[in-house]
Write a protein that binds this ligand. Structure first.
Ligand SMILES: Cc1ncc(COP(=O)(O)O)c(C=O)c1O
Length: 456
C-alpha cells in the first residue's frame, strides 16, 4: 500500500490528467444529486477485503460519483454562498496534500505556518484592527465563530462572580445559523434582536434595556454580522462597538461571507467599526477564492484565545519548549491536528497580488448591481431590496413557494443553473423569494439574463 510501483505511477498520471482537466474547465457540467440506492446500484461494492484497484475506483469516481455533485465554481451556481477558488489556489491545495505537513505547531510546520501567517497578516490589514491583532485559519465560519465564542466566554469567566453562571449572548435574527448552533455547543443562551434590516445600535440598546438584571449579568458577548448570508446586510458595527465598550461586552463580528468585501473600496465604508471588534470571522473559502475548507478567526488580543484554547499534555510539552518556539496555530482555535488550509490562499495571493483580489471581489458586487438593474427592467420581476454586497433578493410577481421550488429543480435538472429560493420577512409573515449570491468573477451578464429568462 505504501510501495512505489507501476500501479502508483499509472494512478498518479490518471489523477494529474483529471485534475488538470477539471481545473482548466471553464464550464464544468452542473451535476445533480442521485438517491443513495441509485449510486450504489451504479458503482457496486467499493470497499472489499482485497480492494477493487485504483484504476477501477478512480473510474467510478470520475465517471459516476463526481457527476452526482454540483461544482460550486460553476458560473451559474448562484445559490447559498457559492465559491470560486482560483486555479492557483486549487493547484496549491494539491501541493499542500502532497507535502504532508502537520499544521498544529511550529516545530513541525514552521515553513507552512509562515506562509499561512503572511496571508493572515493581509486579512488583519483589511480589518484595520490595531497592532497585535492576529489570527489563524480554521475549517470554516462555524469553527471560527465557535473558537471566538469559547475565547469570549472563558475571558468572561475569569471574573469569580461569572464562574458558575450560564453565559448568554446577543445577536440579531439575521445572524447565521451557526451562531445559535455553536451557542448550544458552549451551552450559552442566545437572545435575538428582531430587525427587518441591519441591527442598529438603537435596536441593540432596546433589547439590552428590556433585560432584567440577572439576565444582563449573564450576557458576555454581542455578535454582529458583517454581511448577512441571506441579504448581504452589514450591521451598524460602529454603534454596536460603542455599546459593547460601555458595557464591557465581547464584540464579535461574523463576516464569514462578507469579509471578502473588506478588500473592495466601493463598500468598505459599510464595515466602519469592524476595527473595534474583539474577534472577527472571515471565510476565505467564501469570497476570497480559496478551496474548501478555509475559514479564519482574528482576535484583537490573541493571548486571550491562547488562554482559552491551548491544550496541555505531556506529549505536547516539547512544542512549547523555547527550542521549538514559534507560532502554534493549535493555540488559537478548537482544533489540534490540522491541515495547513491557509496555504492555497497564501500561494494564490503571492502569485496574483492583492490588487487582483480587490478586482475579483468588486466584480461580485458589480454583478449584483447589474442583476438588480436587469430585474428592475423586467415587468414580471421586482427587487425585494436594493442589492447589498453581492446578494440580490427578488420576487417573480404572482409566484407561490411551490413555483420557486419547481423552477429551481427544473433549472438544476436541465443543467442550466443552480439558484435556490429563500425567505424574506413581510408584515404578514414570510414571503418566498429568489436569491442570487455572486462570488464567481467568471459569471457574465448573459448568465444572469439566461436565468431571468426562465422566469418569464
Ligand atoms: C455569515 C456566516 N457565518 C457563518 C457561516 C458558516 O460558515 P461555514 O459554512 O464555513 O462553517 C456562514 C455560511 O454561509 C455565513 O454566511
Amino acid at each position: 500500500m505504501h510501495n512505489v510501483d507501476i500501479e502508483l505511477v499509472e494512478m498518479t498520471l490518471d489523477v494529474m490528467k483529471y485534475a488538470i482537466h477539471r481545473i482548466t474547465n471553464e464550464s464544468p457540467e452542473l451535476g445533480a444529486p442521485k438517491k443513495e440506492q441509485e449510486l450504489k446500484r451504479q458503482v457496486g461494492e467499493t470497499i472489499t477485503p482485497s480492494g477493487i484497484g485504483g484504476e477501477n475506483a478512480f473510474r467510478l469516481f470520475r465517471d459516476v460519483l463526481v457527476k452526482a455533485t454540483v461544482p460550486i465554481d460553476h458560473p451559474r451556481h448562484l445559490a447559498f454562498v457559492p465559491a470560486a477558488p482560483t486555479r492557483a489556489a486549487i493547484m496549491f491545495d494539491l501541493v499542500t496534500s502532497a507535502s504532508s505537513i502537520h499544521g498544529a505547531y511550529w516545530m513541525e510546520g514552521a515553513g507552512g505556518i509562515f506562509c499561512e501567517n503572511e496571508a493572515i497578516r493581509w486579512l488583519v490589514s483589511l480589518t484595520g484592527m490595531p497592532k497585535g491583532a492576529f489570527g489563524v485559519f480554521t475549517s470554516g465560519g462555524t469553527a471560527a465563530n465557535l473558537s471566538a465564542m469559547v475565547t469570549a466566554r472563558e475571558y468572561w469567566r475569569r471574573s469569580k462572580e461569572n464562574q458558575n453562571k450560564k453565559g448568554c449572548l446577543i445577536t440579531s435574527v439575521g445572524a447565521h445559523s451557526s451562531i445559535k448552533a455553536m451557542a448550544k455547543v458552549i451551552d450559552a443562551d442566545v437572545l435575538l434582536v428582531e430587525t427587518d434590516d441591519l441591527m442598529t445600535a438603537e435596536a441593540l440598546q432596546k433589547k439590552i434595556d428590556s433585560l432584567n438584571k440577572s439576565t444582563m449579568e449573564r450576557v458576555f458577548a454581542v455578535v454582529a454580522t458583517g454581511g448577512t448570508t441571506n441579504a448581504g446586510i452589514v450591521d451598524d458595527l460602529n454603534g454596536i462597538a460603542k455599546i459593547c465598550k460601555e458595557l464591557k461586552l465581547w464584540f464579535h463580528v461574523d463576516a464569514a461571507y462578507g469579509g471578502g468585501a473588506l478588500a473592495a473600496d466601493s463598500v468598505r465604508h459599510l464595515f466602519n467599526g469592524i476595527e473595534k471588534a474583539d474577534s472577527i470571522t472571515i471565510d476565505p473559502h467564501k469570497w476570497l477564492f480559496s478551496p474548501y475548507d478555509c475559514g479564519a478567526i482574528i482576535y484583537r488580543d490573541p493571548e486571550l484565545a491562547k488562554a482559552a484554547h491551548s491544550q496541555e499534555g505531556s506529549y505536547l510539552d516539547i512544542i512549547k519548549d523555547p527550542g521549538a518556539h514559534g507560532f502554534n496555530p493549535s493555540d488559537y482555535q478548537i482544533q489540534l491536528t490540522r491541515r495547513l488550509r491557509g496555504l492555497p490562499l497564501w500561494f494564490s495571493l503571492a502569485m496574483h497580488g492583492t490588487d487582483k483580489y480587490k478586482w475579483a471581489v468588486e466584480r461580485g458586487i458589480e454583478l449584483a448591481n447589474l442583476a438588480g438593474e436587469l430585474i428592475s427592467s423586467r415587468p414580471e420581476l421586482e427587487l425585494i431590496r436594493p442589492p447589498s454586497l453581492s446578494c440580490v433578493l427578488y420576487r417573480r410577481k404572482g409566484w407561490s413557494a411551490e413555483d420557486y421550488k419547481n423552477w429551481t429543480y427544473t433549472n438544476h435538472r436541465e443543467g442550466l443553473a443552480l439558484v435556490t429560493p429563500s425567505k424574506w420577512k413581510t408584515k404578514d409573515g414570510f414571503e418566498t423569494v429568489s436569491r442570487f449570491c455572486f462570488i464567481n468573477p467568471d459569471t457574465t451578464e448573459d448568465d444572469i439574463k439566461v436565468i431571468l429568462d426562465t422566469m418569464k
